[in-house]
Design a protein around this ligand. Structure first.
Ligand SMILES: NC(=O)c1ccc[n+]([C@@H]2O[C@H](COP(=O)([O-])OP(=O)(O)OC[C@H]3O[C@@H](n4cnc5c(N)ncnc54)[C@H](OP(=O)(O)O)[C@@H]3O)[C@@H](O)[C@H]2O)c1
Length: 311
């Protein structure tokens, strides 16, 4: 099959190749997905550059962390999915494998694709929506009336977090800039702060939960807007977490999302009820995986970048 792979870490343009590789091995609990589309995320270029690896790359790695397609085979122990079903998944992060014509994925990571979504839209949803869901419902307890600040509201994680926050009954404030401001408002944010022309820490106080998708100076300033006892949930590392929590009397948690087919099915239901949508910004063919990765690396996302594998 054709796939986008690396055999060593390095710059995107130097090490990413699209070429023929062996089909994936289907384990007893795996479904084999004929990939129609795959979402692109910052983690993909971090993997290419070796930032997510503790050791050298010892064998070829097929890139890609989330997928939408059609089940074409199932292992002997698979009970929840059958051949012909349209599905989507955040794949096992240790394995990757989404930027390819076929991906073998453990059935526990898979959910039925919402019928109302195209394959491109469905492919861009799992990683960011699961991250936002786990941040707001597991790392923090966002519910009716919770005041939440979502940074990077126009990006992949932020745009889903705004919508999930509204679904949970929260008051959602988001940061964005340029065209992202209107986009985030259209997604239902109660207040949007242009982070280039305004200082959010001068406009806000008494925030219950901050979802930090940015880090650095944005994270540092976020501690000041939390109410005592509030929570900063970060999906990037937290600098000086212990000192900050003591200084501001708040909690601070950084976490790495995990794939979960059951939660993904729940998010699919939100899509079907019209409460969650995925904004696709740009679509590239598999042959142009390098361009897709470079686009995501450049930043300024207004939704997701997606790779189409098969029309
Ligand atoms: N821990 C985990 O499990 C996990 C999961 C998913 C993602 N992540 C990480 O989380 C980060 C965000 O991921 P993503 O997929 O949402 O990325 P993304 O789609 O690139 O979105 C980032 C957004 O932040 C905006 N932005 C940049 N600087 C900003 C600032 N100072 N204030 C407010 N917004 C700003 C960007 O647009 P503009 O520059 O135009 O404003 C963009 O819209 C990445 O570092 C990724 O690796 C971690």
């Amino acid at each position: 099959m054709k796939a986008a792979v690396i055999t060593r870490f390095g710059r995107i343009g130097d090490v990413v190749e699209v070429r023929d590789v062996p089909d994936p091995v289907v384990g007893p609990c795996d479904v084999l997905i004929e990939v129609r589309a795959a979402g692109v995320n910052p983690v993909d270029y971090l993997i290419v550059k070796g930032f997510m690896a503790s050791a050298e790359l010892t064998q070829m790695r097929v890139l890609g962390n989330e997928v939408a397609g059609v089940v074409t085979a199932a292992g002997d122990e698979v009970t929840r999915f059958s051949v012909g079903q349209e599905v989507f998944a955040r794949v096992d992060p240790r394995v990757g494998g989404a930027f390819a014509e076929y991906a073998a994925v453990h059935e526990e990571l898979v959910a039925a694709k919402p019928a109302s979504l195209s394959f491109e839209e469905a492919a861009g949803l799992p990683l960011v929506a699961l991250t936002a869901w786990q941040a707001l419902t597991e790392q923090a307890e966002v519910g009716a009336g919770t005041r939440v600040l979502v940074h990077g509201g126009a990006g992949g994680v932020g745009s889903t977090a705004v919508q999930i926050g509204k679904h949970l009954g929260a008051e959602v404030i988001a940061t964005a800039t340029g065209g992202g401001v209107e986009l985030v408002r259209a997604l239902g944010a109660d207040q949007v702060i242009d982070y280039q022309s305004e200082k959010f820490e001068e406009l806000l106080s008494g925030v219950d939960v901050v979802l930090d998708t940015i880090g650095g100076d944005t994270q540092e300033r976020s501690f000041r807007v939390l109410r005592p006892g509030g929570t900063l949930v970060s999906i990037v590392p937290i600098a000086d977490a212990e000192a900050k929590t003591t200084q501001f009397g708040v909690q601070a948690r950084s976490f790495f999302m995990r794939p979960n087919g059951t939660q993904l099915a729940r998010l699919a239901a939100l899509v079907e009820s019209g409460e969650l949508r995925l904004i696709v910004e740009t679509v590239f063919p598999l042959d142009r995986t390098t361009d897709a990765l470079l686009k995501v690396e450049r930043g300024g996302a207004r939704g997701k970048t997606v790779i189409t594998v098969r029309a």
